[in-house]
Ligand binder design. Sequence first.
Ligand code: TYD
Length: 211
Amino acid sequence: MTEKNNRTGKFIVFEGLDGSGKTKHIGLLKEHLVQRGRRIHVTTEPTNSQLGGMLRDALSGITQRSPCEMAALFLLDRIFHNVNPVSGINKMLSDGYDVICDRYYYSSLAYQGTETDFDWVLAMNINCPEIRRPDLCIFLDLDPDICIKRLQRRTTTDIYETKERLEKYRAAYFRVFDLLDDRVIVVNTADEIVVAAEKIAKAADDICNIT
Ligand code: TYD
């Protein structure tokens, strides 16, 4: 085995309100790290599992779920996301891939933690031995007004995408970052895209020890 194959990868999470630019910036960071010789696995929550399907039905309003049901489903989907032996986060990291994840427990704390008992959502995510803590969280910050304008260009919306809700979730994200010891950087995506991308690349280089 080469040295590269022996290396455990880094776990990087992107967070941000719907419409904040996560998909674009994940693509740019992947390109950046691949150019530096890293192997990258991009993944997302909800996952593509059956649980993810149940969550997507609830997000689109096809099925009605209570806030506690949503929190519990996201938790179960996240545990599966960590431990599934084929392409789970643990497996990919131990195979030497850096894992870039679109949303993680910060979303549950900001969204479900606002809609139901925050301490319960916090405890079950943070105390769960099968939910790994990320090496880095990149929060893409954008005014909820601009997020809503961007979302209007999409053909579908989900149950959380109203301006009032996004304002509450944004405030909740900042409370969560203050509360946790996690390594978090906040990047304003109202900036020029290259400016934001440079900040993100630098933070990722730091944790991957790229000089
Ligand atoms: P989706 O359209 O899949 O992605 P995005 O908005 O990030 O482009 O939407 C995922 C939705 O699920 C989004 O509204 C946030 C929500 N969500 C939670 O409420 N809690 C969670 O734990 C996660 C992972 C997502």
